[in-house]
Design a protein around this ligand. Structure first.
Ligand SMILES: *Cc1c(COP(=O)(O)O)cnc(C)c1O
Length: 484
């Protein structure tokens, strides 16, 4: 990791590939190394819109197994064979690296910022850094990075306006762990609470409900993907005897919709739930770190009656391995934690051992970029998202872009190869592109031009009508023959 990805891509120019080819044993096909893909929201393809293509077989485990690099046992004391094996391993890894570069180049669908340069941290990769236990209570294991972790947490607590001595949090393994933790804190504060989450919430919220055996009310959404507070009010009034635990989406996975936090709080108050009868967790996996830098956008703040906020660290921030941040109020954590003698720390986290490298990556990025750079990157994403939406619409392709969002929603491509090439996440009849900082206008043009070309084939130059997506994006955003 001594170079940025764009530089590596440049280096991977044809010449390099040719000379590489000469030196290595290329006995397997490039397709063997292509990474298997999955849908962002974990959705299984039900049926392609016009039924012309067969739905993709989605058998968990099978995709990976057909392309795995078998582990053969090393030969004991055979230098020749060991040499051959080492050469083979080097060639597998080189080839894998090349496929990663290729896959990185054509990536549009998932909200990962692939624009990184973490060269300075490569010197630390040989250490087994582990922050097991509580970030604020040093365990007996000394190879940790708590000094960096706590600095990162301080930064986020400040961002969301919670005093240093009033917050607790930790660097998680991703947005999912943050959600599992946030909902757990809510459940521990209100053991008989009902979980309310909109239908468009990330699947990890419903997983939390199953894991914790909580009663869960799924609340309807508006066409934008935002929670429908009228339905929320109706569902709340069914359980006025129970406290409420609410998941609020700061950017939904598929449509990038931001739930109206202030309206949710108002709805709770109007329904008669006092502040000591509800707990709000904010799932800000992607957009939680973008919204603070969008002018005029609503604000997530602990000055409002919320209990926790989580984000992913590998999405907007662009950490090269999954991670995230969870921040909650210190008062809640005492309900949850247990002291553990074996690690000489407090146990208030979901996992035991915790990645000690990710706080370093987060610290490095926050320190290097700061508010100013984040603000610039967010502006660029939003500008480019508008550009993509406008280009699609001027090519008569229906598209939706929520206010303050960088997620452009449009019709699902009709062919799996195209979807796979661009790693587009699909759900039902729609697909999206999440415009991240590493996605340039050039790349968007390349994508749109290819989409237009392919559509001409799929829809036989207009002889076949493109599908209506009005139920997903609304009449004004759909450009099918009915809604044009
Ligand atoms: C991506 C995402 C998550 C899950 O985050 P991971 O880091 O992938 O675990 C949760 N909620 C929302 C809204 C997301 O977009």
């Amino acid at each position: 990791m001594t170079q940025s990805i764009p530089m590596m891509l440049r280096d991977l120019h044809a010449e390099t590939i040719k000379s590489l080819r000469g030196n290595l044993d290329w006995t397997f096909d490039m397709n063997d190394v292509l990474l298997p893909i999955a849908d962002a929201a974990g959705m299984i393809d039900e049926k392609l819109v016009n039924g012309r293509d067969k739905p993709r077989e989605f058998v968990l485990g099978r995709n990976v197994q057909t392309t795995c690099f078998e582990i053969t046992e090393p030969e004991v004391d055979d230098e020749v064979k060991t040499g051959v094996m080492e050469a083979n391993m080097a060639s597998v890894l080189a080839k894998y690296r090349e496929s990663l570069l290729e896959r990185t180049k054509h990536h549009l669908g998932y909200p990962f910022n692939l624009d990184l340069d973490y060269g300075a941290l490569s010197q630390l990769q040989h250490f087994s850094i582990n922050n097991l236990g509580d970030p604020f209570i040093e365990s007996n294991y000394g190879v940790h990075s708590r000094q960096f972790e706590v600095a990162v947490l301080d930064w986020f607590a400040r961002l969301w306006e919670l005093e240093k001595n009033e917050y607790w949090g930790y660097v998680t393994n991703g947005g999912t762990e943050g959600n599992l933790h946030g909902i757990l804190v809510g459940r521990e504060v209100f053991p008989d609470g009902i979980l309310y989450a909109s239908r468009d919430s990330h699947y990890s919220i419903f997983k939390a409900a199953r894991m914790y055996r909580m009663d869960c009310e799924k609340v309807n959404t508006l066409v934008s993907g935002e929670i429908d507070c009228r339905d929320f009010k109706d569902k709340l009034s069914l359980h006025m005897d129970k406290p409420a635990i609410i998941n609020v989406n700061i950017g939904t996975t598929v449509k990038g919709a931001v739930d109206d936090l202030d309206l949710i709080i108002k709805t709770l108050e109007e329904t008669g739930l006092t502040h000591d009868r509800f707990y709000i967790h904010c799932d800000g996996a992607l957009f939680g770190l973008m919204m603070p830098f969008v002018k005029l956008a609503p604000k997530v703040s602990f000055k409002k009656p919320i209990g926790s906020v989580s984000v992913s660290g590998h999405k907007f921030i662009g950490c090269p391995m999954p991670c995230g941040v969870q921040i909650t109020r210190l008062e809640h954590i005492n309900v949850l934690s247990r002291n553990v003698e074996y690690i000489a720390s407090r146990d208030a986290t979901i996992t035991g051992s915790r990645n000690g490298h990710t706080p370093l990556f987060l610290w490095y990025t926050l320190k290097r970029k700061g508010h100013t750079q984040f603000e610039k990157e967010v502006q660029k994403c939003l500008r480019n998202a508008h550009y993509l939406k406008d280009r699609l619409r001027s090519a008569a392709i229906g598209a939706m872009l929520n206010e303050f969002s960088n997620t452009v929603v449009f019709e699902r491509p009709q062919d799996e190869e195209f979807t796979r090439k661009w790693q587009i996440a699909c759900q039902g009849s729609i697909a999206h592109v999440v415009v991240m900082p590493n996605i340039t206008i050039d790349k968007l043009d390349y994508f749109v031009n290819e989409f237009i070309e392919k559509r001409a084939v799929w829809y036989e130059n207009g002889k076949i009508q493109s599908p209506c997506i009005a139920s997903e994006v609304g009449n004004t955003n759909c450009l099918c023959v009915l809604h044009k």
